[in-house]
Design a protein around this ligand. Structure first.
Ligand code: UDX
Length: 457
């Protein structure tokens, strides 16, 4: 919405939320407090806020005065009831539709921006139409419902929005579709704006994420084979990526994909396929998630093996906790499962991440961090534990291994000569993101393992 405001000075954009604190932070003059860390976002907000971009908790008034309303709430995987573990929980979408139904005036175009299971537009339409049924003709309001899924990736969101590969608009009323397309035409070439029916648009979003995630599971599965055979997954990626039918993007083997979308969207596809009695389709897509879970556990198992079969009282530096670089988002981050596994094995983790807050890690690991004084006493109990280390230089103190889980740029610049002096001996560097210079690590007298590199095993 901030980018729409930036690109369309004639359009007033109001972002509303029931969370007062969040709106307060969006309005804070200290831009480091914005609720989301996203490179370049603060500059956009600086340019537009209080010109044509506002943040407000006055939902009723803003629904009533808007011509177009984007529903952009979260749709997490259901944890209980029908479809638990697979289907999306649509309660926030539904309650937004009900609010819109109550307060909208005249004609309103309602746009689904949240990623949703196919045919959700129908639910929104039903709620909006039912709300008008009991009204007199003179009081009736009208609606169009459009699907306009978002393809931006975190960390590069502003660029992705400014230069999108395509903008997708699904609907059945060309007038409403053109009204939305017209907004994007302020900065996106006409031929990049694709118009489809509602269901194709909804399904295209799930399919795009499923295909991307599938590539990562494919290459991660090959990484295990590379390690077993002496091949190098980076060479295999390069070799297959030059085939233009395959393409070179999304072929980096890592610790397993994370983020708020991939797993959730695949599980949505799985649920839909089962619902429409297509079990083979469901199990095909389910295997992408199964492989990802297996791969994350494979990384932690491998560390136990290399460290002589036990992690009890061993200290491991964890470099990176976010699900990828340039974001403070930890949702579904591979670091969560891998750190839990290592703690379970009795390891003491020194966790460093330039952007993730200690409170978030505490929530994700469901465990309080320890303070230095406690370590000495707790060490005797053989229990796993963790602490946060603010400075990268301090993370190496007395450790037995370093595990790189996020590709933050700083990690590729580590001086291994000086880091190794602080470590215990023998010590390991496990690089699950292929960001480290192998020679520098080995020259510093450290053991080295890299994902999918059969020659470093
Ligand atoms: C994704 C989609 O890319 C985006 O189009 C959609 O709108 C939302 O979901 P995002 O979750 O922000 O975006 O991250 P993305 O860059 O796609 O990465 C997802 C995960 O895959 C990360 O954990 C990343 O580290 C991992 N990944 C990505 C790899 O392991 N290897 C790769 O080659 C690429």
């Amino acid at each position: 919405m901030a980018v729409i405001a930036d690109k369309c000075p004639d359009i007033n954009v109001v972002v509303v939320d029931i969370n007062k604190n969040r709106i307060k932070l969006w309005n804070d003059n200290d831009y480091s407090k914005l609720p989301i860390y996203e490179p370049g976002l603060d500059d956009v907000i600086r340019r537009c806020r209080n010109n044509n971009l506002w943040f407000s908790t006055d939902i009723k008034e803003n629904i009533a005065t808007s011509d177009m309303i984007f529903i952009s709430v979260n749709t997490p995987t259901k944890t209980k009831g029908v479809g638990a573990g697979e289907a999306s929980n649509l309660k926030w979408v539904e309650s937004c539709a009900r609010e819109v139904a109550i307060h909208a005036k005249g004609h309103t175009i309602v746009v689904e921006k949240s990623t949703l299971p196919v045919r959700t537009a129908e639910v929104i339409k039903n709620i909006l139409e039912a709300s008008q049924a009991k009204k007199n003709n003179s009081e009736k309001n009208s609606f169009d419902v459009l699907s306009n899924p978002e393809f931006l990736a975190e960390g590069s969101a502003i660029r992705d929005l400014e230069y999108p590969d395509r903008v997708l608009i699904g609907g059945d009323n060309p007038i409403a579709m053109n009204a939305l397309g017209g907004i994007y035409e302020n900065w996106v070439k006409k031929e990049k704006i694709l118009y489809t029916n509602l269901w194709s648009s909804e399904l295209a979003k799930l399919t795009a994420n499923a295909f991307l995630a599938q590539r990562i599971s494919s290459i991660n599965s090959i990484s295990a084979l590379c390690e077993a055979t002496g091949a190098d997954v980076r060479e295999v990626s390069r070799a297959i990526g030059t085939d233009h039918r395959i393409g070179s993007k999304f072929l980096d083997s890592g610790p397993g994909f994370g983020g708020s979308c991939f797993k959730k969207d695949i599980l949505n596809l799985v649920y839909l396929s089962k619902y429409f009695k297509l079990p083979e389709v469901a199990s095909f897509w389910e295997s992408v998630v199964t492989l990802n879970n297996w791969h994350q556990n494979r990384v932690s198992r491998l560390i136990v093996e290399k460290l002589f079969g036990t992690l009890s009282c061993k200290k491991i530096a964890i470099l990176g906790f976010s699900f990828k670089a340039n974001t403070n988002d930890t949702r579904e981050s591979a670091a969560i499962q891998i750190c839990k596994n290592l703690i379970e094995e009795g390891a003491i983790l020194h966790i460093h991440d330039p952007k993730v807050d200690v409170k978030q890690i505490e929530k994700d690991l469901n465990m309080k961090p320890i303070i230095d004084e406690e370590v000495k006493n707790l060490n005797k109990t053989n229990l796993g534990m963790w602490k946060m280390v603010k400075n990268l230089e301090d993370v190496f103190e007395e450790i037995d291994a370093t595990l790189i889980l996020t590709e933050w740029e700083d990690y590729s610049k580590i001086n291994w000569q000086s880091a190794s002096k602080k470590m215990r001996s023998p010590s390991w560097v496990f690089d699950s993101r292929s960001v480290v210079n192998q020679k520098n690590v080995i020259d510093a007298g450290l053991n080295f393992w890299r994902i999918g590199d059969g020659s470093s095993n």
